[in-house]
Design a protein around this ligand. Structure first.
Ligand code: NI
Length: 176
């Protein structure tokens, strides 16, 4: 079921979400199905459970060829519960981001370039990956939602923050 996505300003987006305690339950599969339906409907690169008002540490992400990120590399579709992120170096990289909770806008955000992430799939099977660049950026963005952090809170140069249509006139980029 497609769910409403909370928008920046809703206090639930600022909460610290709770760890998922039970894997493989019908409730979890229903949550993930709703998240997938919602992300696909809005053409998003990722979605965190708190964005649909469920304060659990569950994120999904994945990019095939997405008009939101025309130059972005592919990211395999992943469901990640109770994620833990470990940067593999101090190196940061700037890149454009958008968010379904901040529709119609884009901003440049610094993120760790390389990191290891670990967590569990919905059945409780361990996932562990080392990633870089756009894949690393997407994971950092989604996991930030679990700690009440939205990408505008990480922007350093507000000259590089604005409405997508004004920033990229004439380019075909989804509007949220
Ligand atoms: Ni987001």
């Amino acid at each position: 079921m497609i769910r409403d996505v909370l928008r920046m300003g809703d206090p639930r987006l600022l909460e610290i979400s709770k760890p998922l305690e039970r894997f493989g339950t019908p409730e979890l599969f229903e949550l993930i199905r709703d998240m997938q339906d919602t992300m696909a409907h809005l053409n998003g690169a990722g979605l965190a459970a708190p964005q649909i008002g469920v304060l659990l540490r569950v994120v999904i992400f994945g990019v095939e060829k997405n008009p939101r990120y025309p130059d972005a590399e592919e990211v395999p579709f992943t469901i990640l519960c109770n994620p833990e992120l470990t940067p593999l170096s101090d190196e940061m990289e700037d890149g454009w981001e958008g968010c379904l909770s901040v529709p119609g806008m884009r901003g440049v955000v610094p993120r760790y370039k390389r990191l290891r992430y670990a967590g569990f799939d919905p059945h409780g099977t361990r996932i562990e990956r080392e990633v870089s660049d756009f894949h690393a950026r997407v994971v950092q963005h989604e996991c930030d939602h679990l700690d009440g952090m939205l990408y505008p809170m990480r922007i350093r140069d507000f000259r590089k923050f604005g409405f997508t249509e004004a920033l990229f006139p004439g380019e075909e980029i989804a509007d949220d």
